[in-house]
Write a protein that binds this ligand. Structure first.
Ligand SMILES: [Ca+2]
Length: 161
C-alpha cells in the first residue's frame, strides 16, 4: 500500500527543518499474540521492520518504507515506544516524529511495540511543496519482504500510483 502526502508551503518564506514521519502499531498475530513482536531499523533496506520473536516458526515480516520523491531527504530515522510508553495524546507524538532516535538504535521487543520512521530535515520552498510517500509492505518471508520493499520504491520512482 502506498500513501502519498504533499506538504505545501503557502507562506512567503522557505520552511526549513521539516520532518515527515509515520507512526505504526502493527500488532502481528501470527504467533497468537501481539506481545512478542520485535521492531528493528533495517539499515540496509532503510526501513522499519516488524517480525515475530520466533522467526523460524513465523517468518512473516511487515514494515514501513519512507520514500522521498524528487528531493534529497538526508536522514532516515527511527524511534520506538512500547505500550507503557505511549504518548498521552496526539501532540505527544510530535517529539518522536520530529526527532526520532539516533540512527542505529537497537531493536525493541519482544513486546507490544510501536515505531516511528521518516526522514528529515528538509526544506520546503516558499510557494512550493514536497511529496513524501510511505509504503506499507508485508510478505511471507524475509526474501519476499526485501523484494516488496524494492518494488514499492520502484513504483514511486516510476511515478507512483
Ligand atoms: Ca506477535
Amino acid at each position: 500500500m502506498l500513501l502519498k502526502y504533499a506538504l505545501s508551503n503557502h507562506g512567503s518564506i522557505e520552511t526549513v527543518g521539516a520532518y515527515a514521519g509515520f507512526v505504526a502499531d502493527e500488532d502481528l498475530f501470527f504467533s497468537g499474540t501481539f506481545g512478542d513482536d520485535i521492531v528493528t531499523f533495517n539499515a540496509s533496506l532503510g526501513v522499519a521492520e516488524v517480525t515475530e520473536r520466533n522467526t523460524a516458526a513465523f517468518p512473516q515480516a511487515v514494515g514501513v518504507v519512507p520514500i522521498a520523491a524528487g528531493f534529497d531527504a538526508p536522514l532516515n530515522y527511527e524511534a520506538h515506544v512500547t505500550a507503557a510508553g505511549d504518548p498521552l495524546n496526539s501532540a505527544g507524538y510530535f517529539p518522536l516524529l520530529s526527532g526520532g532516535f539516533p540512527e542505529g538504535s537497537p531493536s525493541v521487543g519482544p513486546g507490544e511495540v510501536r515505531h516511528v520512521i521518516g526522514f528529515g530535515p528538509f526544506a520546503i520552498p516558499a510557494g512550493g511543496s514536497r511529496v513524501v510517500w510511505f509504503a506499507l509492505v508485508g510478505a511471507d518471508n524475509q526474501t519476499a519482504f526485501e523484494a516488496n520493499v524494492d518494488a514499492a520504491r520502484a513504483k514511486v520512482q516510476a511515478g507512483g500510483l
